[in-house]
Design a protein around this ligand. Structure first.
Ligand SMILES: NC(=O)c1ccc[n+]([C@@H]2O[C@H](COP(=O)([O-])OP(=O)(O)OC[C@H]3O[C@@H](n4cnc5c(N)ncnc54)[C@H](O)[C@@H]3O)[C@@H](O)[C@H]2O)c1
Length: 398
């Protein structure tokens, strides 16, 4: 297949965020370019214009396209001839900045890869959805765990009924890096994540429970009904939750749990999901992402390994692999799979096809809105002593 057919060229990327000392911007740049389907040509890499330009050589971005702000980037790129200007922007900045950057990029006609949580609050998310719906752009949210081959394998197994009816969805995302008040030491990533004016209404629940919740929704497609949540702040002086559990009732009668922690000693990025169906159960952990356990009573437990050539792999799982089994694939590759699915849509858009932004392999604007709704309802429930609140949403992914 030709490169990004029918476009037949690399897609041109702009990175917003990712300046010196930052985390996820670098991952975006590597993931987007892993398969040679994109090249990074422009950037507004920092909130500080000087630092923004100074960081450009780290990415090989030419001085002429190293911008001091996202506004200057969108303006400058819009004025370039079509055969030079960017095709998409990747937003890797703190949460409170996503909305304005994403809205401006969509209004300028650029495709968007936005990191999670999609916006600062639900109001912004709904407004952004309207803007996206009134455009023809591709809009993806980098819930990157959806890109793991065995996650996609599980999703197809569940959709085809291999697990039977889904009864339970248990997820947890356990970290320990905020066991102390790291934000008081001016640690960059800790500082904005624990600041309600930058992170949003939730701490651990906004940062990592959203990934866990999204993973359950992505793998099972079960629609939520209501939520009861208890959030706690264990580290003295911290302004947002650093631990919490939500119980979710799904519309089919299933029960789900989402637990998130930033204060568990020794825990790194332990995102885990277990799904119980009437015919079988699954377990997958992102710290050991090339294995998934499938169990049925009375049978030996089966370990699925990520193997593109194995007969037990379905198309969704096999197509998300790059390497033969046993050569570990992980975070970068999964992140890149989210990009690859969005690139397919971007190439289709370039050929004049209408983009359906609601039912896609990559997490989309609906997932972004749902994530913000989940955060809002969890915080509200917790403030009301874990009261049950609705978790229905008109834009639920199908
Ligand atoms: N998908 C994932 O697995 C994942 C992992 C980590 C972070 N994230 C998300 O990515 C985002 C960034 O997180 P991080 O840990 O990389 O943060 P960070 O603090 O390490 O980096 C943020 C970068 O954005 C820059 N920035 C801030 N405002 C800007 C603006 N207006 N214009 C241009 N640049 C600006 C900062 O200068 C910095 O370089 C957050 O929304 C976070 O939730 C997602």
């Amino acid at each position: 297949m030709a490169l990004n057919e029918p476009l037949n060229r690399k897609l041109r990327m702009a990175l917003i965020g990712g300046g010196a000392g930052s985390f996820i911007g670098r991952v975006h740049s590597i993931a987007a370019c892993l398969d040679n389907r994109a090249e990074l040509v422009a950037g507004a890499l920092s909130s500080n214009p000087e630092r923004s330009k100074a960081s450009a050589p780290d990415y090989g971005i030419d001085e002429s396209r190293a911008y001091g702000s996202y506004e200057a980037l969108l303006d400058g790129e819009s004025k370039l001839p079509e055969d030079q200007r960017i095709d998409f922007v990747s937003i890797a900045t703190p949460n409170h900045t996503h909305f304005e950057i994403a809205r401006a990029a969509v209004e300028a006609g650029f495709n968007v890869m936005c990191d999670k949580p999609m916006t600062f609050d639900l109001g912004q998310a709904e407004s952004l959805m309207e803007t996206v719906e009134n455009s023809d752009v591709v809009f993806a949210v980098t819930h990157n765990y959806t890109g793991y081959p065995l996650v996609r394998q599980a999703r197809e197994m569940i959709a085809s009924g291999e697990l039977g009816e889904i009864n339970a969805i248990r997820t947890q995302y356990i970290q320990g890096w905020l066991r102390t008040q790291l934000e008081a030491e001016d640690q960059k990533q800790a500082a904005w994540r624990t600041d309600p004016t930058k992170s949003g209404a939730a701490g651990a629940f906004g940062d990592i429970a959203t990934h866990a919740y999204n993973l359950g929704r992505y793998m099972t497609s079960e629609l939520p009904e209501s939520v009861s949540c208890h959030l706690k702040t264990f580290v003295e002086g911290r302004k947002l939750d650093d631990y919490g559990t939500a119980v979710i009732r799904y519309q089919n009668g299933a029960l789900g749990t989402v637990t998130a922690s930033q204060i568990s000693h020794g825990r790194e990025n332990d995102l885990e999901i277990e799904i119980d169906g009437t015919k079988g159960s699954l377990r997958w952990r992102q710290e050991n992402p090339n294995e998934m356990i499938y169990r049925q009573n009375g049978k030996a437990h089966q370990i699925y390994t990520r193997d593109p050539n194995a007969a037990y792999m379905n198309d969704s799982g096999a197509n998300a692999c790059r390497l033969p089994s046993g050569h570990p694939e992980a975070f970068f590759e999964a992140f890149s799979n989210v990009y690859a699915s969005a690139f397919d849509a971007m190439a289709a858009r370039s050929a004049g096809q209408k983009i359906d932004n609601s039912n896609t392999v990559y997490p989309n604007i609906c997932d972004g809105v749902e994530g913000m709704y989940f955060i809002q309802q969890c915080v509200a429930s917790s403030r009301a002593d874990a009261a049950w609140l609705p978790l229905k949403h008109a834009v639920a992914r199908c």
